[in-house]
Write a protein that binds this ligand. Structure first.
Ligand code: NAD
Length: 466
C-alpha cells in the first residue's frame, strides 16, 4: 500500500466524521471518553498520542486488502466483513457516590462458521460499538489462523475499571452477564478477560450464568484456578509472544543475552511477556502504562515491576529508574518492542521514531496501516496481532476443553501444547508470506479469511458461484 493510499483513506474517514488525524489526547474521562451518561465531574487527564484512524478502520483496511488480493467477490466479502449479531445493553449501577450511573455494554458476534463465538470482554471508557465490532472481527481471523475451533466475538462495557472499586466491578460484571446470557453458553459464545477485566471478573460472570443455567464452568475462560481455570491461562498471551520472539530470533540472529526489550502497556500481556523474556536472559529497558513511562539502560527487574504494579504502586514511581514521556518510550533503542496497551498507539506521527528490530504485537490493532508501511520501510520485522497475541485464545481453548471433560492438565502440558500451536501458525503464515512475497500481516489475514470462507461455504452458510 502506498502512503498516498493511506492518506486518501484517512481523509475519507475524516470526512465521514471520524476524529481528526492529528495527535489526540487519551482522556480517561474526557469529552470523547465521556461514556458514563450520569452527571459527575471530569477528574482524569492522562496523555498518550493515538492513531489517525479507529480500530475498526484498521481491521477493515487489512481485511479489504486481503479479500481483494484473494479475489473474494464483493457480495461474499460483505458477508465476511459484517457482524452476525450486535447487541447493546444498558448497565445501570448504583456507585459509591450514592447515584445510579448508566453504562453501555456490548457483545458482538462476528462470525461463527468455524465454531462457537469466542472473545474477551473489555472494561474501558473508550469502548463503543465500533471498537467492539473491530475486535470481534479480529477474533474471527485470529482463531482461524491459530486453527482453534472457534468463531470470533468481543464484548465490552464503557466503564473506567481503575476508577471502580471491587463491589462496583462485581455489579457491572453481573449486570452485563445477566443481560447477554441468552446469547452465550459453552456451545454458543464464550467470553474471556481483556483490558480492564481479569480472572475475578470471569468468576463473577460464571456465577451469574450459573444462577440461570446451573454450574457451567465452560461458559467463560480465563477463570481463577480455584474455579476450574486452566494452569497457564493468565500468562498465555505473553508466553505466546515469547514463543514468537524465539522464532524471530532465529531469523534475525538475536541472542537473549543481547536482546533489549521495551514494553508499552505493563498489564497482563505486557508484564508476562517481559517476565518470561527476562527469565530467558533478555533485558527490559523501558516500560509504560496509563500512568506514565520509565527507562533504565542498566535493566528493569521485570518481576519486581510486576509486583510493584500488582500492589497498586504507580508504574512511574518504581525505584531506580528514569521517568520518560510516552513518546520517548517508543524511541528507546531496543531489539524487541512489544505494544501491549490499546489500539492505534503506533501511528503515522510516531512510527518513524521506533528504534527496534522487531515489533511483536501483544495489543490488538496497535499499528495503523500508514505506520505499518513506515515500519516496513525502516526494515522492522512486524509480527502482527492477529497471530502474535493468539496465545490467550489458544489456552482459553484448552481451558474450555478441560472444562467440558472435567479434567485438568498440568501447566507444562498446557505450555508445550501452546508452543506447538504458535509455532505451527507462525510457520504456516511465514510460508504463505514467502510464497506470495508479502509481509506477515497480509499473509496472516489471507490464511484466516481462506479458512473462514472454506468453513462457511462447506457448511452452506454462504454459497459461492452458481
Ligand atoms: P490489561 O488491562 O491487563 O493491561 C493494559 C495495560 O495497558 C495497562 O497496564 C494499562 O495501564 C496500559 N495502558 C492503557 N492505556 C495506556 C496508554 N495510553 N499508554 C500506555 N499504556 C496504557 O489488559 P491486557 O489483557 O494486558 O490487554 C492488553 C492488550 O492485549 C489489549 O489490546 C488486549 O486486547 C490485547 N490482548 C489481550 C489478551 C489477553 O489474554 N488478556 C489476549 C489477546 C490480546
Amino acid at each position: 500500500m502506498t502512503d498516498e493510499g493511506a492518506d486518501t483513506r484517512e481523509e475519507k474517514s475524516r470526512q465521514a466524521g471520524a476524529e481528526p488525524e492529528t495527535k489526540r489526547e487519551l482522556h480517561g474521562d474526557g469529552d470523547r471518553a465521556r461514556t458514563d451518561k450520569s452527571p459527575r465531574p471530569a477528574n482524569v487527564s492522562e496523555t498518550a498520542t493515538r492513531a489517525e484512524i479507529s480500530n475498526y478502520e484498521i481491521v477493515t483496511h487489512y481485511f479489504e486488502e486481503a479479500a481483494e488480493r484473494i479475489g473474494i467477490p464483493d457480495d461474499i466479502a460483505a458477508v465476511l466483513k459484517s457482524s452476525y449479531r450486535e447487541v447493546q445493553v444498558q448497565i445501570p449501577i448504583r456507585r459509591r457516590d450514592g447515584k445510579i450511573h448508566v453504562f453501555s455494554g456490548y457483545r458482538v458476534q462476528h462470525n461463527g462458521a468455524r465454531g462457537p463465538y469466542k472473545g474477551g470482554v473489555r472494561f474501558h471508557p473508550e469502548v463503543d460499538l465500533d471498537e467492539v465490532r473491530a475486535l470481534a472481527s479480529l477474533m474471527t481471523w485470529k482463531t482461524a489462523i491459530a486453527g482453534v475451533p472457534f468463531g470470533g466475538a468481543k464484548g465490552g462495557v464503557n466503564c473506567h475499571a481503575e476508577d471502580c472499586d471491587q463491589e462496583e466491578l462485581e455489579k457491572i460484571a453481573r449486570s452485563f452477564m445477566g443481560k447477554v446470557e441468552k446469547l452465550l453458553g459453552p456451545q454458543r459464545d464464550i467470553p474471556a478477560p481483556d483490558v480492564g477485566t481479569n480472572a475475578q471478573t470471569m468468576a463473577w460472570m460464571m456465577d451469574e450464568y450459573g444462577k440461570l443455567h446451573g454450574h457451567t464452568p465452560a461458559c467463560v475462560t480465563g477463570k481463577p484456578i480455584s474455579l476450574e481455570g486452566s494452569y497457564g491461562r493468565e500468562a498465555a498471551t505473553g508466553r505466546g509472544l515469547v514463543y514468537l520472539y524465539e522464532e524471530a530470533a532465529g531469523e534475525l540472529n538475536l541472542e537473549p543475552e543481547s536482546t533489549r526489550v521495551v514494553v508499552q502497556g505493563y498489564g497482563n500481556v505486557g508484564s508476562w511477556a517481559a517476565r518470561i523474556l527476562a527469565d530467558m536472559g533478555c533485558t527490559l529497558v523501558a516500560a509504560s502504562d496509563a500512568h506514565g513511562a520509565i527507562r533504565s539502560d542498566g535493566g528493569i527487574d521485570a518481576h519486581a515491576l510486576a509486583e510493584h504494579v500488582a500492589q497498586k504502586g504507580r508504574l512511574p514511581e518504581f525505584d531506580g529508574v528514569e521517568q520518560i514521556s510516552p513518546d520517548e518510550l517508543l524511541e528507546t533503542p531496543c531489539e524487541v518492542f512489544i505494544p501491549a496497551a490499546l489500539g492505534g498507539m503506533i501511528h503515522k506521527e510516531n512510527a518513524h521514531g521506533l528504534a527496534c528490530r522487531v515489533v511483536i504485537e501483544g495489543a490488538n490493532s496497535p499499528t495503523t496501516p500508514t505506520a505499518d508501511d513506515i515500519l516496513a520501510d525502516n526494515g522492522i520485522h512486524v509480527i502482527p496481532d492477529v497471530m502474535a497475541n493468539a496465545g490467550g485464545v489458544v489456552v482459553s481453548y484448552f481451558e474450555w476443553v478441560q472444562n467440558l471433560q472435567h479434567f485438568r492438565w498440568e501447566e507444562d502440558e498446557v505450555n508445550q501444547r501452546l508452543r506447538k500451536i504458535i509455532q505451527r501458525a507462525y510457520g504456516e503464515v511465514r510460508e504463505k508470506a514467502r510464497e506470495r512475497n508479502i509481509p506477515l500481516r497480509p499473509a496472516a489475514y489471507e490464511l484466516g479469511i481462506e479458512r473462514v470462507m472454506e468453513a462457511a461455504t462447506t457448511r452452506g452458510y454462504i454459497h459461492t458461484g452458481g
